[in-house]
Design a protein around this ligand. Structure first.
Ligand code: EPU
Length: 336
């Protein structure tokens, strides 16, 4: 294991922020991870770098988690339990599932990032969240180096949320995740409007998991910027949940406001719609901007600093509060 010094993190975070790590170490196995944690526990964990905004250089030892491997660890007639190591790219893993005709994650095609961080924010898209297929994960406790197992209830999954963003934040390194996937009778989920119309336009009436994945790849490519071409971290904010009373007031002002019912007393409204109404969609301030096709995504047009992106986010939050009396919560992990 060789520690490198003064390494640019530009290619290690999908926002493409040119922050530097004073010390940087790539970790290729659980044993390597435990060996380094025994010497140094004040570390900065870097996985796919797809859900972070770096405001400053990192003065701690950066551990780049690059543990690879995909393996079926158990199966019965209907399900396969697939153990995937944390350094595998998420989308490559989804494609592996589709090639092996294992169903459940196809709606999560093309989400940037690595497998190890998928449970932290319970990644989700097009009506599916990873919690729907999650079985178990293995992790190392940073302070002790102990190996631990977390079953689903212990992860406390919520909307873009889990125990690893709350009481256990920064305490564990997730090293592998087991997903429980269907071998037959796949439960296809194409209720999300855009998927059905995409299938219709291709004349597909009995879709396979591959058909669904292909449609989602096309939908995402049409709306969301590819981080390899333009730096971004997907949705920058969460979709806010507001009271029915507040929603009804908004609805009377904006009859076309899109919404999802959460409960008798709450509605979720798309942050992208609010940001578009506030006039930010497609706007650019230096190299920090709001994506022209999906206002929920903030972008780095080239050389924006983390602080510039964050300043734009704060200006958006202020304007949304002023225009709609709604507090927008940042979804991306902002690291100061
Ligand atoms: N909308 C606008 N203007 C915009 C963007 C959206 O009016 O600029 C409207 C759309 O017309 C639609 C509604 O807002 O009526 C919802 O838009 P969309 O279907 O694009 O989904 P979203 O709620 O903005 C969420 C996830 C995305 C995920 C999509 C599809 C969150 C924070 N974001 O976005 O996740 O891909 O649904 O399921 O829940 C991510 O987390 O990085 C991400 C991309």
């Amino acid at each position: 294991m060789i520690i490198q010094h003064h390494i640019s993190l530009k290619n290690y975070n999908t926002f493409g922020i040119n922050a530097y790590a004073s010390k940087f170490l790539t970790i290729n196995s659980v044993n390597e991870l435990r060996e380094i944690l025994a010497k140094e526990s004040d570390v900065f964990l870097l996985s796919g770098g797809s859900n972070m905004l770096l405001l400053n250089n990192i003065e701690k030892l950066v551990l780049h988690i690059n543990i690879k491997g995909i393996e079926v660890v158990k199966e019965d007639d209907s399900h396969a339990y697939v153990k995937v190591e944390s350094g595998e790219n998420w989308h490559d893993f989804v494609l592996w599932c589709i090639e092996n005709d294992l169903g459940g994650l196809e709606n999560l095609s093309l989400i940037p990032g690595n497998v190890g961080t998928s449970p932290i924010q319970n990644i989700g898209a097009y009506g599916v969240e990873i919690k729907d297929c999650f079985y178990q994960l293995k992790a190392i406790e940073i302070l002790t180096g102990n190996r631990c197992i977390f079953d689903k209830p212990e992860c406390d999954f919520g909307y873009r949320n889990s125990v690893f963003k709350n009481s256990l934040k920064g305490k564990y390194v997730i090293t592998s995740v087991i997903y429980k996937l269907t071998k037959t009778n796949h439960k296809l989920n194409y209720s999300y409007g855009a998927i059905q119309s995409e299938l219709d336009s291709r004349g597909i009436t009995a879709p396979t998991i591959k058909n669904i994945s292909d449609c989602i790849i096309d939908i995402r490519n049409s709306k969301l910027p590819n981080p390899k071409e333009i730096g971004n971290s997907g949705s920058f904010f969460k979709n806010p949940v507001i009271s029915t009373k507040a929603f009804n007031q908004l609805k009377s002002q904006y009859p076309n406001i899109p919404s999802y019912v959460i409960s008798d007393s709450e509605f979720k409204v798309p942050a992208g719609w609010l940001i578009e109404q506030s006039g930010f969609k497609g706007k650019r301030f230096g190299d920090a901007g709001v994506h022209a096709k999906q206002a929920l995504v903030l972008v780095n047009h080239g050389n924006a600093t983390g602080k510039e992106i964050y300043e734009l986010a704060q200006n958006i939050q202020k304007k949304i509060k002023q225009d709609f009396q709604i507090d927008l919560e940042i979804e991306v992990n902002v690291l100061s």
